[in-house]
Ligand binder design. Structure first.
Ligand code: S3P
Length: 448
C-alpha cells in the first residue's frame, strides 16, 4: 500500500472498443457500516458482497480491536459477532485506519460515548485530513480529543463516561460527520438530533432502521431533521451489500469515451443520494440505458447498458447535486475532457479535503495531458477537446488517492498518447479488482 509501502506506477493506452459485463465490487460506504453496525448489535450479523478493499479490511480489523468477532467465510462472505451498543472494549494498540476517512470518522463516533480511550492514525493521506469536523460535535457529547495541530491524526479520543444527547446542525454537507454523530448518539440517553441542509448519502439512516434503531427523518424548512433515540438494542441483520455506484463510474465512463464500446454494468445502486453522476452524464448526452430496475439489499438498483457516446456536451453541473456525486468529480472531469464545450463544476470545495486535494490533482494531471482547466477554491472548469481529442502523453501524480489513479488510467484509454500514474497502489483501497476487470473489457492497462 502506498503511504505505507512501495509506489506502483501504472499506465494505459488507446484501446479498442470495451465490451462485456463489468461486475463491480460491493459498496464501500455500506461495507464499512455493515461491519460497524454489526459490531454494535447483540449476536451474529451475516454479510454478503462485502467489499474486500483495504479501507474496509482496516475497519474489520478495528472492530476486532474493539472486541467484536469478525470472520471471513469466503469471497465477500463475512460474519460479525457484535458486543452491543456501548459494549466496545478498550483496544490494546493504536487503531490504524489506513487511507479511510469513513473508517476513522465513523469509528471515532462509535467509541466517543463509551468509557474507553482509543488512539487513531492512518496513512500519509489520512494524517493530512481534518478531523475537527467530527471531534467538534463529539465534544458536545462530552468526549475529548487530543490530536495534532489542525485536528490532524494521530489523535486520541477519550470517550464520554456520562454522555449527553446532542442537537447538531451540520456545518458541511458530510455523510461521514452525520454518521459519526448518529453513531455517538446510539449510546447517549434521550434523543440525538442531526440537521442537514443538503441531503447526503443516507445509508446510516436506512441501516440503523434495519438494525432496529428508532430513527425518524423529517423534512422541514431547516432541511432534513434526523432524530435518533439513544440506547436501543440493535438486532443482528443479514446484509447483502449492493454494488458500488462510485466504482461502477470507472467502467461506465471508460465505455462512454472509448470509441465503439458497449458494456453492461449490472446491479448499480440508483439511491438518489448517490446517483448524481449518472444524472449528469445523461444530461451531457451519454448513451446509458437503465435496465431492469429493482431492489437489492434494500437499495434501488439497475443494470446499466453503456455505449460509446461521441456527442457528449459539457454542462454546468448543478452545485446542489454535489453531495450525491462527491466522489465522482475526478472521473467526470475526464469525461468532460472528451466532450465538446466546457463543463463547469461549482460548489465543490469539499473535494479539497478528500484523500487528496482532488481539484488540484485533477487540474494538474489534465493540464499535463494537454487539457485546459480553470479552478478556484470552490470550482473546477474543464474545457472539452471532443472524442479522442485529449493529447495525453503525461504521468499524473495520484497523491495516494485511488480515484485520481483510476481516473487518469481511464483517460489514457481514449487519449492520443499513453497516460501514466505515478502510483496505482491506492486503487486497492476501494476497487481491488479494477485492473483485471478493466482488462477483461479490453482496456490496455499495464504496470510499470
Ligand atoms: C462517505 C461519505 C463521503 C464520501 C466518502 C464516503 C461515507 O464523504 O466522500 O467516500 O461513506 O459516508 P463526506 O461525508 O465527508 O463527504
Amino acid at each position: 500500500m502506498s503511504g505505507h509501502g512501495e509506489a506502483q506506477p501504472m499506465k494505459s493506452r488507446k484501446s479498442g472498443p470495451l465490451k462485456g459485463v463489468a461486475e463491480v465490487p460491493g459498496d464501500k460506504s455500506i461495507s464499512h457500516r455493515s461491519l460497524i453496525f454489526g459490531a454494535m448489535a447483540v449476536g451474529e450479523t451475516k454479510i454478503s458482497g462485502l467489499l474486500e478493499g483495504q479501507d474496509v479490511l482496516d475497519t474489520a480489523k478495528a472492530m476486532q480491536a474493539f472486541g467484536a468477532r469478525v470472520t471471513r467465510h469466503g469471497e465477500g462472505a463475512w460474519t460479525v459477532n457484535g458486543v452491543g451498543v456501548g459494549g466496545f472494549q478498550e483496544p490494546a494498540d493504536v487503531i490504524d485506519c489506513g487511507n479511510s476517512g469513513t473508517g476513522v470518522r465513523l469509528i471515532m463516533g462509535t467509541m466517543a460515548t463509551t468509557t474507553i480511550t482509543a488512539t487513531f492514525t492512518g496513512d500519509a493521506s489520512l494524517r493530512k485530513r481534518p478531523m475537527g469536523r467530527v471531534t467538534d460535535p463529539l465534544s458536545l457529547f462530552g468526549a475529548r480529543a487530543y490530536g495534532r495541530q489542525g485536528g490532524r491524526l494521530p489523535m486520541t479520543i477519550v470517550g464520554a463516561a456520562n454522555p449527553v444527547p446532542v442537537r447538531y446542525a451540520l456545518p458541511v454537507a458530510s455523510a461521514q460527520v452525520k454518521s459519526a454523530v448518529l453513531l455517538a448518539g446510539l449510546n447517549a440517553p434521550g434523543e440525538t438530533v442531526v440537521i442537514e441542509k443538503e441531503p447526503t448519502r443516507d445509508h446510516s439512516e436506512r441501516m440503523l432502521l434495519g438494525f432496529g434503531a428508532q430513527l425518524s427523518v423529517e423534512r422541514t424548512g431547516e432541511g432534513h431533521v434526523i432524530t435518533l433515540k439513544g440506547r436501543p438494542e440493535l438486532r443482528p441483520q443479514t446484509v447483502a451489500v449492493p454494488r458500488d455506484p462510485s466504482s461502477a463510474a470507472f467502467p461506465v465512463c471508460a465505455a462512454l469515451v472509448v470509441e465503439g464500446s458497449d458494456i453492461l454494468v449490472p446491479g448499480v445502486s440508483q439511491n438518489l443520494t448517490r446517483n448524481g453522476l449518472y444524472l449528469t452524464l445523461v444530461e451531457m448526452g451519454a448513451d446509458i440505458e437503465f435496465q431492469n430496475p429493482r431492489e437489492e439489499g434494500g437499495e434501488p438498483v439497475a443494470d446499466l447498458r453503456v455505449r460509446f457516446s461521441g456527442g457528449m456536451k459539457g454542462i454546468e453541473v448543478p452545485p446542489e447535486r454535489a453531495p450525491s456525486m462527491i466522489d465522482e468529480y475526478p472521473i467526470l472531469s475526464v469525461v468532460a475532457a472528451f466532450s465538446q464545450g466546457k463543463t463547469v463544476m461549482r460548489g465543490v470545495k469539499e473535494l479539497r479535503v478528500k484523500e487528496s486535494d482532488r481539484i488540484d490533482a485533477m487540474a494538474r494531471g489534465l493540464e499535463a495531458c494537454g487539457v485546459r482547466v480553470e479552478e478556484d477554491d470552490d470550482t473546477l472548469i474543464v474545457h472539452g477537446m471532443g472524442p479522442g481529442g485529449v493529447p495525453g502523453g503525461a504521468v499524473a501524480k495520484t497523491h495516494i488517492d485511488h480515484r485520481i489513479a483510476m481516473s487518469f488510467l481511464v483517460c489514457g484509454l481514449a487519449a492520443k498518447a499513453e497516460v501514466g500514474v505515478d502510483d496505482g497502489s491506492p486503487i486497492q483501497t476501494s476497487f481491488p479488482v479494477f485492473e483485471g476487470l478493466m482488462r477483461g473489457l479490453g482496456a490496455e492497462i499495464a504496470r510499470g
